[in-house]
Ligand binder design. Structure first.
Ligand SMILES: [Fe+2]
Length: 382
């Protein structure tokens, strides 16, 4: 089994690590940073905090606080124009997956030109991005360590995934002190996204011993700390564990790939603008059930990792325990009970299933599927 392993050159995890970005930006020869953050008060405050840290090391900054949830083609293209006009020489992004994916799109266009949809697919760019530092403020997305960006075309609400080695940040930052004020619902949804990354990477057809080690530990940490991080956002130990979990899960799926849960959650997020992590949380237990016969040994190991399974139980018993663990965890952190409660309409399921069945992101799923089988999983999750 061969292993091909992508990861940022430098990865900073732990409390206070964001304070090091000025020094790292200078090592990357940055003098003026294009700071990408989400629109609104929180994004603006985060961007200013980053600009202050950079200023202490002598860098100036141009702030672009316009990233939106489920990042759109138009915001990415607007940001790319602003980047060129502002004469910046490094990109620093701070926020969740939306801000980071927006920054990735801007960086790709900055050095490669064209339209962002031109890069839909795998390794379509020819030139490296400007130096790039990604600071995650939600423990879940993993985007700060990955070579993926998911962009939504607002004309047809369809998402497309850019897979490109050039998208990998030079530096990733996961600092729990940046996450202390994250609302509980966002902590819950992004934490379930991290769990889904780890679980899908662990059962993926692309898994290797390297990704297994990361994914397994991520699941264990999430089992131990997500409830606490949601219950008490100021619990810095739980937040730090979630930082490590998110980082580990991100590096795992960046190399092992994902599966059917993500293939099904992308069309949902695109159509209803639902949070990505919430879609995954609603779908994951049903996808585990669908995959169970093809990956029972792997799910059984994860059940043991979270303390839900026992070494002396059968694989099937442990799989069922793992499904119950995911459902109960979702309930405890107040994830809605099903897709209908989240606002999904049953009349849309058939079209969603057709779309999900075509999503390339589901290719490493351990069990193949047809659109009809995907529809059955949507119905089970409804
Ligand atoms: Fe995800």
């Amino acid at each position: 089994m061969n292993c091909r392993y992508y990861i940022p050159m430098l990865n900073l995890v732990g409390r206070g690590s964001v304070s090091e970005i000025g020094k790292e930006a200078r090592i990357l020869h940055g003098t003026k940073a294009f700071v990408v953050a989400s629109e609104g008060d929180v994004g603006e405050a985060q961007a200013k905090q980053v600009a202050d840290i950079l200023a202490a090391e002598g860098l100036s900054a141009h702030l672009f606080c316009e990233a939106v949830p489920n990042p759109t083609v138009s915001v990415v293209e607007k940001g790319a124009v602003r980047y060129r006009d502002s004469a910046c020489d490094i990109i620093v992004t701070v926020g969740g997956g939306s801000a980071i994916d927006t920054a990735k799109g801007i960086g790709l266009l900055a050095t490669n030109g064209g339209n962002i949809a031109d890069y839909d697919g795998t390794n379509k760019s020819r030139h490296a991005m400007p130096p790039f530092i990604a600071i995650s403020t939600t423990a879940g997305t993993g985007s700060e360590v990955t070579q993926f960006a998911v962009i939504t075309n607002e004309d047809d609400h369809m998402k497309f995934t850019i897979v490109d080695w050039h998208l990998t940040p030079n530096v990733s930052v996961n600092d729990p002190e940046m996450m202390l004020s994250m609302p509980s619902a966002l902590t819950a949804a992004t934490g379930m996204d991290a769990l889904t990354h780890a679980v899908e990477a662990y059962v993926s057809k692309g898994a290797t011993p390297v990704t297994d080690a990361k994914a397994y530990k991520a699941v264990e940490l999430i089992g131990r700390s997500l409830r606490e991080a949601v219950k008490d956002g100021s619990d810095i130990d739980a937040r730090e564990n979630m930082c490590y979990a998110s980082f580990l899960a991100g590096t795992a799926f960046n190399n092992a790939g994902l599966g059917l849960t993500h293939a099904m959650s992308h069309p949902l997020g695109g159509k209803y603008n639902l949070p990505h992590g919430l879609c995954n949380a609603l779908l994951l237990p049903h996808v585990v059930k669908y995959n169970m016969d093809r990956a029972s040994g792997r799910y059984s190991e994860l059940a043991v990792a979270v303390g839900a399974g026992k070494g002396w139980h059968t694989e099937r018993e442990n799989c069922e325990s793992f499904i119950r663990f995911v459902i109960n965890l979702g309930r405890e952190i107040e994830i809605p009970d099903g897709l209908s409660e989240a606002g999904v309409k049953s009349k849309d399921l058939e079209a969603l299933a057709e779309e999900a069945a075509e999503e390339a992101i589901g290719a490493p799923n351990p069990r193949p599927y047809t659109a009809q089988q995907v529809l059955d999983v949507y119905k089970a999750a409804f």
